[in-house]
Design a protein around this ligand. Structure first.
Ligand code: ZN
Length: 210
């Protein structure tokens, strides 16, 4: 999976693209929540254990991670629910834009985790199809997590995890800046810097494998 930091940066970039006075208060956090919701499967599996591990992972091939919370179906349900819960007071004109950006943010989560190319594959099309997809050309840094809070916190301070955070800042940060500036040169620069980050993340993935 991609890290919470990476998903959060991507969410802020998507939010910035539709930001307005009417969205200033709660919407940044709605985007962040939707972007990170799928990874609740890790603490839930650790907390509930037993049969829930198999339920969360759609059959028990993993430790509960990358199951139904990492499907396009879940992303659309989560984005719709979050939008309906948070839309009160949002005027009509930005409503459609915010809804679409929120849905894209939710859909991006399983795509980014697929881009890591490690661990358990992503069942994008569950419940319609069961195939697990693996990315053959990893372009997103791996996140590190544990099965307890202590393990999780310790894992964040390893060299590979810290390098991953730095790469995620290079990959997603420029899109956040470009969305704030809303200019063509800023978007072009973001594309260049982000592409360099993706290449570096691929090199890191190869290095970690060897
Ligand atoms: Zn995930």
């Amino acid at each position: 999976m991609s890290s919470t930091f990476g998903h959060t940066l991507a969410a802020f970039a998507a939010y910035e693209a539709v930001r307005g006075e009417e969205t200033a208060r709660r919407w940044p956090w709605v985007f962040v929540a939707v972007a990170n919701l799928p990874d609740l499967d890790v603490p839930l599996a650790a907390l509930l254990g037993g049969e829930w591990v198999a339920r969360l992972s759609l059959g028990g091939e993993s430790d509960g991670h990358h199951g139904f919370t990492h499907t396009l179906f879940f992303a659309l349900v989560a984005a719709t629910a979050a939008f309906l819960l948070a839309r009160r007071g949002l005027p009509r004109p930005p409503r459609a834009r915010v809804a679409v950006a929120l849905a894209l943010t939710a859909l991006l989560h399983p795509v980014l985790d697929w881009g890591v190319g490690r661990g358990v594959g992503i069942r994008f099309f569950w419940p319609l199809a069961d195939h697990r997809y693996f990315c053959a050309w990893p372009f997103v840094p791996t996140a590190y997590y544990g099965h307890s809070l202590g393990e999780f916190v310790r894992a964040q301070f390893g060299g590979a995890a810290l390098a991953g955070f730095a790469l995620e800042a290079v990959i997603f940060g420029p899109w956040w800046c470009a969305a704030r500036r809303r200019s063509a040169p800023a978007v072009a620069l973001a594309a260049l810097v982000s592409a360099a980050g993706l290449l570096a993340a691929h090199a890191q993935a190869l290095w970690v494998e060897n």
